[in-house]
Design a protein around this ligand. Structure first.
Ligand code: ADP
Ligand code: MG
Length: 247
């Protein structure tokens, strides 16, 4: 169980998150909102990469900042930015990440094969990441996030910049991860997440404005027939200004 309690994040004058409180148990959650809403900030806080200005995050009741290094092995995180390890082969990148995560030496080889096969990247594993397509880069990022089989998996815009076919493939791979884990996936593309999410968390200007099943959200927001309509109803004006990364 992940508990986010009154988390606020301020960057000088700018408030990126305002007293966000959420409780998540196992399942796939879609964090949906336009660019600048605070998705990456929230994910960086949940994964312990940045500290909140106020509030706390608990994992099974324990403060994640108190858990420190132990928390690292409990979470898998695929950040939004990529391209940091272009000269590494996929396999070398995974072995580097496995070491950072503290995975036992004798387990590393089998674990890398497991995650490579999960994302269907065995064939390309010995090639440099720099030569991968966008979809392959995302798949290797997901592979490192699931190293060690963590109970909390956080994927920040895993489908950004991908073509429609690759988007569906990533979506199906995320779906296959589900089980007794918490999986949090951010996106501003409704179709990437609506078919697989247990619940959608709607985020706007640093606040979670609603959370519910796709079905209930459609009912609540004017009886819309799909979540796309709900999204345009709520965020239409903001998305109009953002022509980047549209399908
Ligand atoms: P999203 O991932 O939903 O696009 P972000 O969490 O990246 O949103 O950003 C939320 C807000 O916080 C934005 O207005 C952004 O400009 C601001 N922000 C994010 N990171 C920083 C930073 N390091 N310094 C200043 N402002 C930031
Ligand atoms: Mg972001």
């Amino acid at each position: 169980m992940l508990t986010i309690s009154k988390v606020t994040k301020k960057y000088k004058e700018k408030t990126a998150l305002r007293e966000v409180s959420l409780e998540l148990d196992c399942g796939i959650y879609g964090l949906l909102g336009p660019n600048g809403a605070g998705k990456s900030t929230l994910m960086n806080i949940i994964t312990g990469n940045i500290k909140p200005s106020g509030g706390t995050v608990y994992w099974d009741g324990a403060d994640i900042y108190a858990l420190g290094e132990r928390f690292r092995s409990l979470i898998g995180y695929a950040p939004q930015q990529q391209g940091l390890y272009n000269s590494f082969s996929g396999r070398r990148f995974l072995s580097y990440m496995a070491a950072l995560k503290g995975i036992a030496k004798k387990e590393v080889r089998a674990e890398i094969e497991r995650v490579l096969s999960f994302v269907n990247m065995q064939e390309a594993a010995d090639r440099a990441i720099g030569g991968y397509s966008g979809g392959m880069k995302q798949r290797i990022l997901i592979a490192q996030a699931i190293l060690g089989d963590p109970g909390l998996i956080v994927l920040d815009e895993p489908t950004a910049g991908l073509d429609p076919k690759e988007r569906v493939r990533i979506r199906e791979q995320i779906k296959a991860l589900a089980g007794d884990k918490i999986i949090l996936v951010s996106t501003h593309v409704v179709s990437d997440i609506a078919p697989i999410a247990k619940e959608i968390l709607l985020i706007r200007s640093g606040s979670i404005i609603d959370r519910d099943t796709v079905e209930n959200l459609c009912r609540k927001y004017g009886g819309s027939k799909d979540l796309e309509e709900v999204y345009m109803h709520i965020f239409g004006e903001e998305e109009k200004d953002d022509a980047s990364d549209t399908v």
